[in-house]
Ligand binder design. Sequence first.
Ligand code: ZN
Length: 122
Amino acid sequence: MAYCPTDRIEYNDEIDECLVCGGPLIEGVVETLFGEVDENDWVELDPLPELVHAVKVRDALDDDNILCHIKAEIIQGAEYCGSQAIVFVQESQYDESLEIQQGIAPPDDDMFIVDPDAEDDW
Ligand SMILES: [Zn+2]
């Protein structure tokens, strides 16, 4: 795993540069950025079918001073490029965060969702 410290986005191993800012990724997990936060307090909001939605949610959460980061799974194939992104927040701020996300990126079951359990088959 590697992450972009500017965008607070962790990517799967196939990705070598940040898809949002184009900057280099740092090896490791994105939680490293939040040194003093208990990693067990992170909870995930509903998965989003595109990274761009997650970035908008992150910006809105930042405006409300809610701690958050993003984990993105990007699939790049010869004829297809898909993504799934999950915004993580602190459990104590889950309810307000989910409300903010749903106001920005309502769930859409018709869009492509990566099965996280299929990761090893890529
Ligand atoms: Zn970035």
